[in-house]
Design a binder for this molecule. Structure first.
Ligand code: ADP
Ligand code: MG
Length: 560
């Protein structure tokens, strides 16, 4: 394994780009695979976990071999999802910053095919594609892979999980015999082995790190609660970790949406990512998550596949996945780039066996944690708040107000003042958690569940009032940029009024504006911004200004 980028044998153009990305030394996969690809021949099957830097491991050597004067497609990368497609082509674009004239085209389902056909028509040295869409494009003769020298199957296990077997067969049988094939996968199930056997030439199998093992930096915990308390437990976990930045994994699209809606309603910065969303909606969610405007991304496994986020504090298994492999994928999303990661599972009493089975596969122990109670949560939040106050920068602007401040606080002792300020921020928290019950199941009770006494009260925290979170919601904010051809309309409604994006779509609909004319939506505590198509914006403003919503007089303005 090579430990320095300079020793890998890459050209200066690529080395400079890599240095600008802040990559200081090759990851183990890169140190192993790049020299093989540059200096040796033959097909490779590379098994390594998510987050180990596989994209550059295949991307850099592929770019090294590219003949920019040859306009034909020379490299084909296949991957399971559109997010991943876009991520990989973005990564390759970054690496090839200094390769002039390079054309990288990504094509994937769920997006307009005509645009992709046009893109391909302008030439593509590299195509990054999902199997279904590529096959479609090959049938229409919009793509040509007859001249490829390198074929890369990224996340092959996932492509097969997603049912792309037939498409892969069809594509692989069309690729030229002379090509070099590389297959990357986190796991090596039978189906992947079969692909390797049928379509690769005596591949060398390179395993980097402990395959199938939970990433070394990740700690695994579980909370055991009654089935009905799952959501309440999630909220407690979030409240106990004021700096949370997490992906919350759910089983189905429906559940994903339901949990995200509930979290939003309860005042958390959360949103859903799943296959029922349009491309624009997904992009918007991802953009907000990446800039930390969202603290919790509630996602299905499929939707979360391509996400490249390095600084997650937690991965939360709202439900454990059916397949143990998926647990490895999920937990591999945290603990990246040498940071400590935490993977949490919320389970009910009957799921302990599942935890044991996962432990056997990942060869690591889970630790059971008690669900934090009211007192611990309030204390953590208080400490967080006080730390925030302590570290705030005091600007000069405050000095001119000091006489007024002193006058208003004249005669109050330091202690009373501190109490008042903290109570001002915290009373709602205290109110909320005063009613909160203990969600933990006593060890003994795990097996024979109580049926009688606890049914009534169980609900309170779960469906809960959302006063608590609002307190911490941004009070002001800037909506950033909206889509081209759109303009921000500002409305005096916000989380405070319990509006969620769906309400805004309904409001627009009520004044005759369809979903297509509505773009991004940003909701703050006191007000919100909605992006509207230029053509309808003035009209919307005139319709909304002065109208009543939920007994509230609306005021709308455009941000030109
Ligand atoms: P994988 O495909 O194995 O899941 P990626 O290729 O997506 O992993 O890389 C994971 C993250 O690590 C990306 O954000 C990438 O930019 C970063 N990364 C890759 N190689 C290096 C490196 N040598 N040094 C620092 N960061 C790296
Ligand atoms: Mg990858």
């Amino acid at each position: 394994m090579v430990a320095d980028f300079l020793e890998l044998g890459l050209s200066n153009e690529l080395l400079n780009a890599v240095a600008e990305l802040g990559f200081e030394k090759p990851t183990p996969v890169q140190g192993t695979v790049i020299p093989k690809l540059l200096m040796e021949e033959g097909d490779i099957v590379c098994l390594a976990q998510t987050g180990t830097g596989k994209t550059a491991a295949f991307g850099l050597p592929a770019l090294e071999y590219l003949d920019l004067k040859n306009p034909k497609t020379q490299i084909l990368v296949l991957c399971p999802t559109r997010e991943l497609c876009r991520q990989i082509s973005q990564d390759l674009t970054n690496y090839s910053k200094y390769l002039e004239g390079i054309r990288i085209v990504s094509v994937y389902g769920g997006a307009n095919i005509t645009g992709q056909i046009k893109d391909l028509g302008r030439g593509a040295h590299i195509i990054v594609a999902t199997p279904g869409r590529l096959l479609d494009l090959l049938k229409r003769e919009a793509a040509d892979i007859s001249g490829i020298s390198t074929l890369i199957l990224d996340e092959a296990d996932e492509m097969l999980n997603m049912g792309f077997k037939d498409e892969l067969d069809a594509i692989l049988s069309q690729a030229p015999e002379t090509r070099r094939s590389l297959l990357f996968s986190a796991t090596l199930p039978k189906e992947v082995e079969n692909i390797a056997k049928s379509y690769m030439k005596d591949p060398e199998i390179v395993t980097v790190g402990q395959r199938n093992a939970g990433s070394a930096n990740v700690e695994h915990y579980y909370y055991m609660v009654k089935e009905d308390d799952r959501y309440a437990a999630l909220k407690r976990i979030a409240d106990y970790n004021p700096d949370i930045y997490a992906i919350v994994f759910c089983k189905t699209r429906e559940e994903t949406q339901k949990i995200a809606d509930a979290l939003q309603k309860d005042g958390y910065d959360a949103d859903a990512l799943h296959g029922d969303l349009s491309q624009a909606q997904r992009d918007h969610v991802m953009e907000r998550f990446k800039r930390h405007a969202l603290h919790m991304l509630v996602a299905t496994d499929v939707a979360a596949r391509g996400i490249d986020v390095n600084d997650l504090t937690h991965v939360i298994n709202y439900n454990l996945p059916q397949e143990i492999e998926l647990y490895t994928h999920r937990s591999g999303r945290t603990g990246r780039a040498d940071k400590k990661g935490v993977s949490i599972a919320i389970i009910n009493q009957r799921e302990r066996g599942k935890i044991r089975r996962i432990e056997a596969v990942i060869r690591k122990q889970f630790t059971r944690l008690p669900v934090p109670g009211a007192r611990e949560i309030c204390e953590r939040q208080l400490v967080h708040l006080i730390n925030g106050i302590n570290s705030v920068e005091v600007r000069d602007d405050i000095y001119s107000f000091m006489p007024v401040i002193n006058e208003l606080w004249d005669g109050i002792s330091r202690e009373d003042l501190v109490k008042k300020i903290l109570s001002y921020e915290f009373n709602r928290f205290f109110d909320y958690y005063r009613k909160a019950k203990d969600l933990n199941i006593p060890e003994k009770e795990s097996r024979n569940r109580r049926k009688s006494s606890d049914a009534g009260q169980d609900q309170d925290a779960a469906s809960g009032d959302n006063a608590v979170r609002k307190e911490r919601k941004a009070r002001d904010g800037n909506p950033g940029v909206c889509e081209q051809g759109f303009v921000w309309l500002r409305l005096n409604l916000g989380y405070k009024n319990r509006v969620i994006p769906r309400d805004i779509i309904s409001i627009m609909k009520a004044c005759g504006i369809g979903k297509k004319a509505v773009g991004k939506i940003e909701i703050f505590n006191e007000f919100l911004y909605v992006a509207l198509k230029d053509k309808v914006a003035e009209y919307a403003k005139s319709q909304l200004n002065g109208a009543l919503y939920d007994k509230r007089r609306l005021s709308a303005s455009l941000l030109r």
